[in-house]
Ligand binder design. Structure first.
Ligand SMILES: Nc1ncnc2c1ncn2[C@@H]1O[C@H](COP(=O)(O)OP(=O)(O)O)[C@@H](O)[C@H]1O
Ligand SMILES: [Mg+2]
Length: 151
C-alpha cells in the first residue's frame, strides 16, 4: 500500500495517480474519492462502467455488484474517506475499495434466518481472487477483488 495525495489511503498497485492514468506496465487505472453517502454508490458504478470500456456486460455487472457491496461495507463498517480504484490489467480487472478503518472485514457464518452477513460470501463466490491490503501506519485498509476478462 502507498499513501494517496491526501495521505490517507491508497493501493499497492498505484501511487499518486490521476484518473485514467496509463501506467508504463500497460495497465490503466482510475481513482475516485467517494463521499460517505449512500448515493455515491451510483458514482462508484458509473466509474466502473467507464473503466470497463470494451469488456463484456457480465464482467461489468459483476464488478459493479461487488463494488457496491464493498462500498456499502465501507459505509456501514468502515470510517473516513472511501477511495475507489479501478485497474485494468491484461486479462484482469481489479477493483479496490479503501477506507480509513484498519479493521479488516470478516467473512460471517450465516444461518437461514440471517438477513445480513452475505456480502463477502457473494464476493467469495463471484471474484476470481479477493483480499485485503493494509495501509501504512494502520490508517486504513483496502478490500479488493479481481475478475478475469476475456481480453
Ligand atoms: N470495510 C469494512 N471495515 C470493517 N469491517 C468490515 C468492513 N467490511 C466488512 N466488515 C466486517 O465484515 C462483516 C461481513 O461483511 P458482509 O459479509 O458484507 O456482511 P454485512 O455487511 O451484511 O454485515 C461485517 O459484518 C463487518 O463486521
Ligand atoms: Mg456488507
Amino acid at each position: 500500500m502507498v499513501d494517496d495525495p491526501e495521505g490517507r489511503v491508497g493501493a499497492s498497485h498505484g501511487g499518486q495517480l490521476g484518473r485514467g492514468t496509463r501506467l508504463n506496465t500497460g495497465q490503466q487505472q482510475r481513482r475516485v474519492v467517494l463521499q460517505r453517502n449512500p448515493s455515491e454508490g451510483i458514482r462508484a458504478r458509473r466509474e466502473i462502467a467507464r473503466a470497463c470500456d470494451g469488456l463484456g456486460k457480465d464482467t461489468v455487472s459483476t464488478a459493479q455488484l461487488l463494488a457496491s457491496e464493498l462500498f456499502s461495507n465501507a459505509l456501514d463498517h468502515g470510517e473516513g474517506d472511501i477511495v475507489l480504484w479501478v485497474t485494468r490489467l491484461p486479462g484482469e480487472l481489479r477493483v479496490d475499495v479503501a477506507d480509513g478503518s484498519p479493521t479488516p472485514p470478516r467473512v460471517r457464518t450465516v444461518s437461514l434466518q440471517d438477513v445480513r452477513g452475505r456480502g463477502l460470501l457473494i464476493l467469495e463466490a463471484l471474484a476470481y481472487r479477493w483480499g485485503v491490503d493494509t495501509v501504512e501506519k494502520g490508517r486504513g485498509k483496502s478490500v479488493w477483488f479481481v475478475l478475469r476478462t476475456a481480453e
